[in-house]
Design a protein around this ligand. Structure first.
Ligand SMILES: [Fe+2]
Length: 147
């Protein structure tokens, strides 16, 4: 999928805002790439690569961690078949968006599971999106509707 990618850190600007990278703060660092990331309709030529890379969601309301009005949790696991977590082949980043706007970035090393969670404010609505980066197979996108 075509996208605007930061040349410094690799962040993908789903909202098209290229003034400043919200992850590394570089200015004027975006370039348009034809193959910025793969989407759930991608079919690997061989093997089950897409099943190991497309982010899989679980949305949980009211987890109890946040007092008061609570939160809406977006859990993401990479992927339907769990991706390896090895020094030489791992998920290096999981980036969260809400309605195409950047909200959080989780960077990880090989000694954690290929998964992350973000606690949205109570009442959040829209499309939660994730782009994950595999150090071997690149970036993969998926989204889920928050109601
Ligand atoms: Fe991979």
């Amino acid at each position: 999928m075509k996208g605007l990618v930061c040349k410094v850190c690799g962040y993908v600007a789903l909202d098209g805002n290229k003034s400043e990278c919200p992850v590394c703060r570089a200015k004027n660092s975006f370039e348009e790439k034809e193959d910025a990331y793969k989407t759930p309709d991608f079919k690997a030529v061989s093997g089950e690569s897409e099943k190991k890379h497309i982010p899989a969601f679980k949305v949980v309301n009211e987890c109890g961690l946040i007092p008061g009005n609570g939160c809406v949790d977006v859990h993401v696991k990479i992927g339907e078949i769990l991706h390896p977590a090895l020094p030489e082949h791992r998920i290096t980043e999981i980036t969260f968006y809400l309605d195409n706007k950047f909200i959080a970035n989780v960077m990880s090393m090989a000694d954690v599971n290929p998964a992350a969670v973000i606690h949205l404010k109570s009442g959040a609505k829209g499309k939660a999106q994730v782009i994950e980066n595999c150090n071997v197979h690149g970036k993969w996108f998926n989204e889920v509707e928050i109601k």
